[in-house]
Design a protein around this ligand. Structure first.
Ligand SMILES: [Zn+2]
Length: 421
């Protein structure tokens, strides 16, 4: 084995990038939902934050069609750029065919289970390992034929899969044109040591970039993700960590976006030794965490890494004294770096909000405060109408970001709100 964690000089050979899956794993979760406008805003914020890719939805789910196409349009006109928008489908030709027929999606992740548990427990023994490989390779071939630009292949339940089969599966994926293999720790079964060994072996056998998709059922999602990434980099390939905003995802959730970035930037074994995608702007952390919390209607826990109320609070005598003398005594990183520190203005007097039954006067007041003027009455009425529709979807006062987006891209907003079952 090569030496691990060697300090890199100059340009690092391999880097860790982030693929956020909030708009897929996050929203498929019980009790968690986002309106299509909120998903769109999240894509815009993830792009601002320098995230490499957003897994932005399900191209074969009918109610996502307009949202998916509208967001691809935002990518094409440069609003969401350079972030890649990738759709999630099952690794079957039917899904690839439907996705490319129903939407303009340009990048895809194709997913299929690889563990014995799933073969017998989910597929009830109707599929054997060869069938799994055949289905996956046919789906990859078709995606290639349909000119899908990035094809990722997801091994669901990889952490409980037989290693020899996983290697064979990855080999076949690569041979048929997949750009990356996604190692899914679907049940959060791996620990940092087990994933390190498994990814190191996988990389030495197949030599292709690895995505780490880890769940938090044992409270280790971030630790397991970064350990997996370390193994990929030590093995000489790029690593892509799957995250979600505020860690929201199936059951106990996924690796939290902000925690993962901080772990790579500041933990003792990673700091200065492993390179994180240079595009990442941690200064967007506060804004995106707050927005996701508001949109999902789920408060951020007080002790949440970096963005919780207590993340920079000190009270006990020794800690407060120490933090005041030198912040490094009790803080590993600065709150300013996360976009924290600005006082938030909360209206305590009269407040006009924009909603589904708003009238033109209140609506104008809302936009005046954003310093957005409409050239004529006709346009104002049109935007008001769209704002009403937006609120039908979100069912809470629209954020300034959402109001600005609707005023700036009314035609795309209209597409996002349009749903016809
Ligand atoms: Zn997942």
């Amino acid at each position: 084995m090569k030496k691990t964690g060697v300090k890199y000089k100059g340009k690092p050979k391999n880097i860790i990038r982030i693929i956020d899956v909030t708009n897929r794993d996050g929203v498929q979760t019980s009790r968690i939902g986002l309106a299509k406008l909120e998903k769109t805003m999240l894509n815009i914020y993830l792009n601002e934050m320098g995230i490499y890719q957003s897994e932005f939805g399900f191209p074969v789910t009918k109610h996502e069609t307009n949202y998916i196409n509208a967001n691809v349009e935002l990518a094409r006109i440069g609003v969401i750029k350079p972030m890649i928008l990738s759709g999630w489908v099952r690794a079957i030709t039917g899904d690839v065919e439907a996705a490319t027929k129903m939407t303009d999606v340009e990048h895809m992740n194709l997913s299929i289970s690889t563990s014995e548990q799933m073969l017998y427990g989910k597929f009830k023994g109707k599929l054997n390992k060869n069938d799994i490989i055949k289905m996956m390779t046919s789906a990859v071939e078709l995606a290639k034929k349909r000119k899908i630009k990035t094809i990722g292949v997801n091994a669901e339940d990889a952490s409980r899969s037989d290693m020899n089969f996983l290697i064979k599966f990855a080999h076949e994926a690569k041979a048929h044109g997949a750009a990356r293999i996604r190692y899914c720790d679907t049940l959060g079964y791996d620990d940092p040591f087990s994933i390190y060994k498994r990814i190191r072996l996988l990389v030495s056998e197949v030599n292709m970039p690895i995505e780490l998709h880890c769940h938090n059922d044992l409270g280790m999602a971030v630790a397991v993700s970064v350990a997996g990434a370390k193994a990929a980099i030590d093995g000489g390939v790029d690593a892509y960590i799957n995250t979600t905003v505020n860690g929201m995802g199936e059951r106990a959730g996924n690796a939290d976006l902000v925690s993962t970035i901080l772990a790579i930037k500041y933990s003792s074994g990673f700091k200065g030794k492993y390179a994180l995608d240079e595009r990442i702007k941690l200064s967007c952390a506060w804004k995106i965490a707050k927005f996701a919390s508001y949109a999902m209607g789920i408060p951020i826990p007080v002790n949440q890494v970096a963005v919780g109320t207590n993340a920079f609070a000190h009270e006990s005598g020794i800690h407060a004294d120490g933090a005041l003398k030198d912040r490094r005594n009790y803080e590993l990183y600065d709150y300013e770096e996360l976009g924290r520190g600005e006082p938030e203005i909360i209206e305590t007097g009269r407040m006009i909000t924009a909603g589904e039954y708003s009238g033109i006067k209140g609506f104008r007041n809302v936009y005046d405060r954003l310093e957005i003027k409409f050239t004529d009455e006709k346009i104002a009425t049109k935007i008001l109408d769209l704002v009403r529709y937006a609120n039908v979807h979100t069912q809470k006062p629209l954020t300034h970001g959402e109001l600005r987006f609707i005023a700036k891209y009314p035609e795309i907003a209209k597409k996002i709100f349009t749903m016809s079952p």
